[in-house]
Structures are given as C-alpha cells and as structure tokens.
Design a protein around this ligand. Sequence first.
Ligand code: NAP
Length: 285
Amino acid sequence: MAKSNGKTALITGSTDGVGRLVAARLAAGGWRVLVHGRDRKRGEALVAEIKAAGGDAEFLPADLASIAEVRRLADAVRKATPRLELLINNAGLASGAARTERRTSADRHELLFAVNYLSGFLLTHLLLPLLAKSAPARIVNVSSLGQQAIDFDDVMLTQGYSGSRAYCQSKLAQILFTIDLAGELAGSGVTVNTLHPATYMNTTMVQQSGVTPISSVEEGADAILKLAVSPELEGKSGLYCNGQREARADAQAYDADARRKLRALSIKLTGLSAKEHASPQRGRR
Ligand SMILES: NC(=O)c1ccc[n+]([C@@H]2O[C@H](COP(=O)([O-])OP(=O)(O)OC[C@H]3O[C@@H](n4cnc5c(N)ncnc54)[C@H](OP(=O)(O)O)[C@@H]3O)[C@@H](O)[C@H]2O)c1
C-alpha cells in the first residue's frame, strides 16, 4: 500500500463490481477512500481489506433510491472528511430479470432514472462546495454506451416501459448532466467527465441480466481511473469517453435546450434549493 497522498475520494457503488475495484486501487495508491453502497457486510469487508493492507477507508451506507438518503449521505461525507478531491458517481442498477416491470423509488420516480441519474445529480450538487474547497478536484460519472434520448413528455416512462429504455435513458441523462455541469464549473478548479467503462464486464449487474460477460472488470476500472487521476486529464472537463478514448455520445447530449430542460426538471424533482444549486464558480462572479 502506498503512503497516504492526503486526498479523499468517494466512490458510490463500491461494495461490488467495478466500483469495488476502483476503490481498492485508489486506496492502494494512497487515497483515503469513502466506500458506499447498501450492503453493510460487503462495504465493511472492503474497508477491512483496505485497512489490513495499510490503507484508510470508511463505509458510508445509503440507498440512492431515496432523496432523503442521498441528503443523509452528503451529510455523512461532510462529517467524515473536511476535504474531497474526487467523487465517482458509479452506483447503478440495470433492469435485471424483470425487464417489463416498471418500478419506482421512495419518491415515486422511475427507479432507474432515480438511482442511476437523479441521485448523482443531487449528491454532486450537495458536495460541490466541499469539492470546490478542495480544488483541484474531479468528478467522474460512470455512464454507458447504452443511451436513449430522453422523452421530456414522459421522463418517468409511464407509457411503453422497457427496462432497456429505462437504463439507456438514465445513462444518457448522466452525460447531459456532465456536459451541463462542466460549463457551470469552468474556472472553478473542479472538472467533470463521463464514460462508458467497458462492455459487459463480469459484474453482478451483467450476470443478473443473463448476458455473457465480454470484458474484464479491470478494463473498466482502468478507464474510470484514467478520468479520475491521470495527469493527462488535468483541467479537462465535459468529456465523454468510450473506455479510454474520447468519443461522441447520443446527439441529445449536444442539445443545449435538452440539457437546460433536464437541469430544470432535476432541480424540481430533487428539491434542490437555489442556494444548493449555486455553483462555486457562479458564486465567485
Ligand atoms: N457492467 C458493465 O458491463 C457496465 C457497462 C457500462 C456501464 N456500467 C456502469 O458501471 C457502474 C457499475 O456497474 P457494475 O457492473 O459494477 O454493477 P454491480 O456490480 O451490480 O455494482 C453496482 C453497485 O451499485 C450499488 N447500488 C445499486 N443500487 C443502489 C442503490 N439503490 N443505492 C445505493 N447503491 C446502489 C451496489 O451496492 P449494493 O450492492 O451495496 O447495494 C453496487 O455497489 C453502473 O453505473 C453501470 O451502469 C457497467
């Protein structure tokens, strides 16, 4: 385990899959790691593993299918650390076996939109003051190649629901959010980028979908870590990468009007206050 670098990272969804490997590798590189997920046993096992190897970690449980829990998680992060140099919004779920059954969050939002996108939107905004204070700091949103344009007339997919549509819509929403936020954060010392880590990695999500894995978890972790810590990415913001290469996302990501609409809707759905939405950069103007 490397000597502490004095920096702290929060990786959502690090009790399993690619997030777990990313957290372990950051810890091995000297980062203090805030491990997050719902499963206390798996979260605490990773913390114990990191500590046994001489690293530093803490487990912060929260169910991202609840806005109140996202708020509690942000509070717990602020209590756990006075600085945050890296936030990786990685937690996510696919439609699983029940591909046709539409589910909702504690706040009655379509579940995949809530967990995969809205929770990250809210958590990021709540932690922006901490990230800005710790600048240079980075945000990485773990999205996917699976993308589908958001239908603003039925974002909650009450008509014609399919699990794949819900997943792809939520993943594109993360990309719109990334590009939008990068603009807001220009000059603040906080960058935000997004990526498709790798195709069908051998993780619980893929196994539960009944798909045969074709990529290793290591490949996805390498791509996430490149955006998270590589000096090559210093100062770069608003990028979408396919693996380790810059790529083009679905056309809707480049539609400024769609991004504005999604931002307004997300503020409304999460109940983000004007003060909480004021970006550090805007605050300085
Ligand atoms: N696997 C792939 O091939 C692939 C491809 C493209 C993109 N991605 C993206 O990569 C990210 C990680 O995927 P993975 O394959 O590593 O998945 P995974 O092995 O299923 O792990 C998912 C993680 O997210 C957490 N999570 C799920 N629902 C949650 C909730 N409601 N509240 C809090 N935490 C929750 C889980 O925590 P608990 O288990 O503790 O609840 C777990 O730590 C996802 O965003 C996914 O969309 C994956």
